[in-house]
Design a protein. Structure first.
Length: 167
């Protein structure tokens, strides 16, 4: 798939958490698709910016998502880790993601590995989240994804330059 395995991700997350020395570290889940295609992972779509990307891709391909989730859970015991979900468009995506995290947490503990559940937040990149944030209250925190939010709100490509309607 081209994605690092659990141990590789865990090592990277632990290094960043050690460097942060207790300060918060926010890492987003795999954010492939749209302007970030990954060979063997993302699909060719007629409109990849609106298709299977961000958290939708992670939930659609849990065998690729689980190693990252497990690495997050194991790394979270070593510092102030927060996990952010990209391209959330429906509240169910938060609940489904949390279910994956809890299931993997249970598996890790059964394997005798130290793990803890970090706060799970979302990127506000889709107008539906910006307009109805109360529907996404299951998220532990929100973070504005201004590039995508502006692009989808104005229906204008990022590289449209001066052709974008002025607000």
């Amino acid at each position: 798939s081209g994605l690092p395995d659990e141990e590789t991700q865990l090592s990277a997350y632990r290094r960043v958490l050690a460097w942060a020395a207790g300060r918060p570290v926010t890492i987003r889940t795999v954010d492939a698709g749209g302007d970030k295609p990954v060979p063997g992972l993302t699909e060719d779509e007629s409109n990849p910016f609106l298709g299977l990307r961000g958290i939708r891709l992670c939930l659609e391909q849990p065998e690729l998502f689980r190693p990252q989730v497990r690495a997050f859970l194991r790394a979270a015991v070593r510092g102030n880790l927060k996990v952010m979900l990209p391209m959330v468009a429906h509240p169910d995506e938060i609940a489904e993601t949390r279910e994956v995290f809890v299931a993997e947490l249970t598996r890790l503990r059964a394997e005798g590995l130290a793990a803890t559940l970090p706060p799970i937040g979302i990127m506000v990149e889709v107008p539906a989240v910006a307009v109805l944030p109360e529907r996404f209250a299951a998220a532990d925190f929100l973070s504005i994804g201004s590039n995508d939010l502006i692009q989808y709100t104005l229906a204008a490509a990022r590289d449209a330059g001066g052709r974008v309607a002025r607000l």
